[in-house]
Structure formats: structure tokens, C-alpha cells
Design a protein around this ligand. Structure first.
Ligand SMILES: Cc1ncc(COP(=O)(O)O)c(C=O)c1O
Length: 433
């Protein structure tokens, strides 16, 4: 098998189930496969920014290639990470409180800025009680494992984020997946579960905007269905809170369920210019319970003052007129990108949002296309297993309010050329085999 053929075959799924008594040696097959991909220049992961991640940036890949290009690979949908007011907030926080809290929030790892952040998030999502986590990943995992016990049930969208899936697996053996976005299937599962088990709790888990597919469930109906079967709904709003909805309220605001969903989990690490996660709830008791039993809240250090200061300022911008203007711009950019892809015969997943994901299917084609696209100076994500199922590889581009529509159209042209080249290359390889 040629080294390119090796590099294009298999996926991370192939190496996920390892066995044998030597815990360390059994990592080596994966390492060899990754090295083959690196040699063949089809390993677009763990890239390193050489400049700030603005609409253009400079990136070095793991083979040492450095490219300056258009950045469609940052989740900074409203371009806040290089906003002057955000930078000033970071400097103020550093000056006033220093770089670090040196403690878990359950002890003394809070600052007046992290308290202000809880209030700011409470105002944004319309829920009184907010608890902070170091990351969105920690929030999802920590909330689920704090609340759900092994005899309880979890019903979840089969494409929900890894933080939610892994939290659910850690919390209970009674895990039930349903077809993506399918509220009828959720209702059927709840009906069946309640017919057998009136005793244990059921947590239903979904997302406001699925980031690999750019689509969204009917949240109002999902919440009604949960109430009808005494189940609790948790919605992760990592990608829609900020760039979508009136005042940045995301799908909760767009669908008229702000302050109505039982539990909201969020990541601040996309739109809000720093890292962080949160739980929002109407219940003071739920907040106190998750504070006591949510591992990543209690057993990790609190947000640094710089993170908290930046996030407070970012929420302020998101909620005001400037946020509205930036939301309109990112919608126009992503709309132009989506339209230009579709004009070139590349239909995109889901519905309009800052996320534009283009189905490719074959990992072989997607890997080669990602390499060609990088060389052409457009930075996008190659998405393959474990982020999506095997055989559902795609290229994903993220719009930013600071891109121009002309840049978006240029990116679509390069995506289309890269996929066409990659398909021709894979066909040539297959006919030579
Ligand atoms: C739905 C969802 N939840 C949580 C996370 C994790 O967020 P963070 O980067 O803050 O850990 C992500 C990020 O990829 C996400 O897409």
C-alpha cells in the first residue's frame, strides 16, 4: 500500500478499541497512522497560530508549512477577540486583580469580576441563577454528572456534543439516543420510559445550534414534551448564544423560550472572546447542588480575572446595538458563503447561521481537499470522526462579522476547486490500484 493510500484510509475510529496488557505500547498503531498522514500532508490538526486569529491570519501546520490566509476557522463569530474594548478590559483586569485566582471557586477562587460575569450571563439568558465552569466542556460534563444517577435515564440527540455524550455515559447506564432533531422520536422514548418507570428522573439533552450541521430542534415543543412526561430539558447553547437571536439570546430568544427551558448550559469560548462555561437555571437549589457536586466546578481553579473581565465586556457588547450590527454582518457574510457554495453545486448542511458545513462524505476526498484548501490560503476545518460519524466527513467554514462578502465568495471558489481536485486525485488513485 502506498504511503498516500495508508494516509487516506482508516479513521480515528479504527484505533479507538485497543487491547493488550501493555497500556503504553498499544498507542503505537495510532501514532504510526498519524505519522503516515503527516508525511502525506493530510493531517490538518493541531495547527499553530502565528498571528492573532482575525479575518486573516498566519498558521503553521505540523509539517512546518506556514501560510498566510483567510481565516474561516475561528469561532469568533462577532470578531470580539480583537475588539479594542475587549483588549482594554483584559488589561484592566490584569492590572486590578492579576493573572490568576490560584484556587477553586468553592474555596476562594472567585473575584468581583466572576460575580459580575454571573450577573451578566443571568441577564443575557433571563435566568436568575448562574454557575461558572472553567470551560463549556466542563460545564456540560459537570452538570450532567452532578444531577443524574445510575438508575435515572438520559434521552439525547445522537449528534449531541462530546461533552454531553461523555457526561451522559459517565452518569447512567440508561442512555437512549434518538434520531437527530426528532422530537416525535423523543416523545415516543419518553412515553415508553414512563410506561415502565415512573420512579426515576429523565434528563433530555439537546443543543440550540448543532455546530457540525448548523441545525436546531424545535425547542418550544421539546420543552412541552418534557413537561408532559415529567422529564427535565437541558439545552447547550454554545454556538447560538451571542451570534444569533434578539440581543444575542440565540435560539432560546428566536424560538420564544428564553427563561423557559429547564436548564441551559453554555460555552463562552466561541463568541465571547475567552474561555469559560456556565449553567443557568431558575432554581437556587439546582445551582447550589451543582456547585457542590459538579466536578469541574469544584475541583478546578476558577476563571482567571482576565478571562472574567473579558467575558463581562463581551456580554455587554453582545447585548447592545453594536452586537446587533455585528450579528447582521456575520449573517450577511455566512449567507454569501453559503450561496456561493450552493451556486457551485455544493449544498450546505442545515439552515443559515455563521456555521457553513459542506458535505463531502469520503474521508479520502475530504482530507485531500482540506490540504489543497490550506495551500490556497483558506483556513477551514476538516471534520471527520470522532466529531462526526465515519463516512460523513465535511469541510466546515465559520463566518466572522469582520469578513467581507467578497472574502466569503473567494473562499467558496477555493473550496469548490479543492474538492474537485481532491475527487479527481482519489479517482486516479483508485483506478491505479
Ligand atoms: C455544543 C458544545 N458544547 C460545549 C463545547 C465546549 O466548549 P469549550 O470550548 O468552552 O470547552 C463545544 C465546543 O466545541 C460545543 O460545540
Amino acid at each position: 500500500m502506498s504511503s498516500l493510500t495508508t494516509a487516506l484510509s482508516k479513521s480515528a475510529a479504527h484505533f479507538a478499541r485497543v487491547s493488550g496488557k501493555d497500556l503504553l505500547a498499544r498507542t503505537e498503531d495510532y501514532a504510526r497512522w498519524r505519522a503516515a498522514r503527516l508525511d502525506a500532508e493530510v493531517w490538518p490538526f493541531s495547527r499553530v497560530l502565528q498571528a492573532a486569529p482575525g479575518p486573516t491570519t498566519v498558521i503553521r501546520d505540523e509539517t512546518g508549512r506556514e501560510v498566510e490566509g483567510l481565516n474561516f476557522g475561528s469561532h469568533d463569530y462577532l470578531g470580539l477577540s480583537y475588539h479594542p474594548a475587549i483588549r482594554a478590559a483584559a488589561e484592566r483586569a490584569l492590572r486590578d486583580l492579576g493573572p490568576h485566582v490560584s484556587c477553586s471557586p468553592i474555596l476562594q477562587g472567585n473575584t468581583w469580576l466572576s460575580r459580575a460575569l454571573e450577573d451578566a450571563i443571568a441577564g443575557l439568558v433571563g435566568m436568575e441563577h448562574v454557575l461558572l465552569f472553567p470551560t463549556g466542556w466542563g460545564a456540560g460534563f459537570g452538570i450532567i454528572t452532578a444531577l443524574v444517577r445510575p438508575d435515572d435515564h438520559i434521552v439525547m440527540d445522537r449528534l449531541a456534543h462530546a461533552s454531553l455524550q461523555q457526561g451522559a455515559q459517565a452518569a447512567t447506564r440508561n442512555l437512549h439516543h434518538h434520531r437527530h432533531l426528532d422530537v416525535d422520536a423523543t416523545e415516543q422514548l419518553l412515553r415508553d420510559l414512563r410506561a415502565k418507570d415512573a420512579e426515576h428522573a429523565i434528563l433530555v439533552i439537546s443543543e440550540g445550534l448543532f455546530s457540525m450541521d448548523s441545525d436546531t430542534p424545535d425547542l418550544a415543543r421539546l420543552q412541552r414534551v418534557c413537561r408532559a412526561y415529567d422529564a427535565t430539558l437541558l439545552v447547550d447553547v454554545a454556538h447560538d448564544l451571542g451570534p444569533l437571536g434578539p440581543g444575542g439570546t440565540g435560539q432560546l430568544g428566536l424560538q420564544g423560550v428564553l427563561a423557559d427551558v429547564d436548564l441551559v448550559v453554555g460555552s463562552m469560548s466561541k463568541t465571547f472572546a475567552s474561555n469559560g462555561g456556565f449553567l443557568a437555571t431558575r432554581s437556587a437549589a439546582v445551582k447550589q447542588y451543582v456547585k457542590a457536586y459538579g466536578g469541574p466546578h469544584i475541583f478546578s481553579s476558577g476563571l482567571s480575572p482576565v478571562q472574567a473581565g473579558v467575558l463581562v465586556e463581551a456580554v455587554r457588547i453582545v447585548r447592545d446595538a453594536e452586537g446587533e450590527a455585528r450579528r447582521a454582518r456575520v449573517q450577511a457574510v455566512a449567507g454569501a458563503l453559503r450561496a456561493a457554495c450552493e451556486q457551485r453545486g455544493l449544498p450546505c448542511y442545515g439552515v443559515p447561521s455563521p456555521i457553513v458545513a459542506i458535505p463531502v462524505g469520503s474521508e479520502k476526498v475530504a482530507r485531500l481537499a482540506a490540504t489543497r484548501l490550506f495551500a490556497r490560503g483558506v483556513f477551514a476545518h476538516l471534520v471527520e470522526f470522532p466529531a462526526v460519524p465515519v463516512g460523513a466527513a465535511r469541510l466546515r467554514l465559520l463566518g466572522m462579522s469582520e469578513h467581507t462578502e467578497a472574502q466569503a465568495r473567494h473562499a467558496a471558489e477555493q473550496v469548490s476547486a479543492s474538492i474537485a481536485e481532491a475527487r479527481a486525485e482519489v479517482e486516479a488513485l483508485q483506478s491505479a490500484a
